[in-house]
Ligand binder design. Structure first.
Ligand SMILES: [Fe+2]
Ligand SMILES: [Fe+2]
Length: 168
């Protein structure tokens, strides 16, 4: 059984993953509209991955006999520039990492070893997501004032494969 505090923390994490999924979908549309189809594709695939993360956490809560409670997902707001978008992506990933650490601390306090085991995958996934998005941000910082540089980067990111099916 999940404690009420763990259940609430898991539900906050589900909401955060769904927020990230919606945010990246909106960002992808922003880039598509600017004909940056590579950035658009990359973010759309990432949006799919975030939704799978939410689904994976939902499954954990259900398996442990908890109640899933998905909160209202806040709208993503306006995007100012390609550079500002990538800064926001990195900030979003750091936020989610911090939330996983909070969840992990709570699980430690409650001796919830099952959660600690489940969280290992997510913590390592966050290291990967922070690294990849930070790399893209650094490249965008380097070339954002150069249309040809942005074109090359956009073409690079277009090569991203679709997200593997959940559980794969
Ligand atoms: Fe995620
Ligand atoms: Fe993420």
């Amino acid at each position: 059984m999940l404690s009420k505090s763990m259940e609430a923390a898991y539900n906050r994490q589900i909401t955060a993953e769904l927020y990230a999924s919606n945010l990246y979908l909106a960002m992808g549309a922003y880039f598509d509209a600017l004909a940056y189809r590579g950035f658009g594709r990359w973010l759309r695939v990432q949006s799919d991955e975030e939704r799978q993360h939410a689904q994976r956490i939902i499954d954990i809560v259900v398996d442990r006999g908890g109640a899933v409670d998905i909160a209202t997902i806040e709208p993503p707001g306006e995007f100012e520039s390609p550079l500002a978008v990538w800064e926001q992506v990195v900030a979003q990933e750091r936020d989610v990492t911090r939330m996983f650490h909070d969840l992990s601390n709570l699980a430690g306090e409650e001796n919830d070893h099952t959660t600690l085991a489940e969280l290992e995958w997510f913590l390592l996934e966050q290291v990967e997501e922070e690294r990849v998005t930070r790399d893209i941000l650094n490249e965008v910082r380097r070339v954002h004032a150069s249309p040809s540089g942005m074109l090359v980067l956009d073409r690079d990111l277009a090569a991203r494969d679709a997200a593997p099916a959940a559980g794969a």
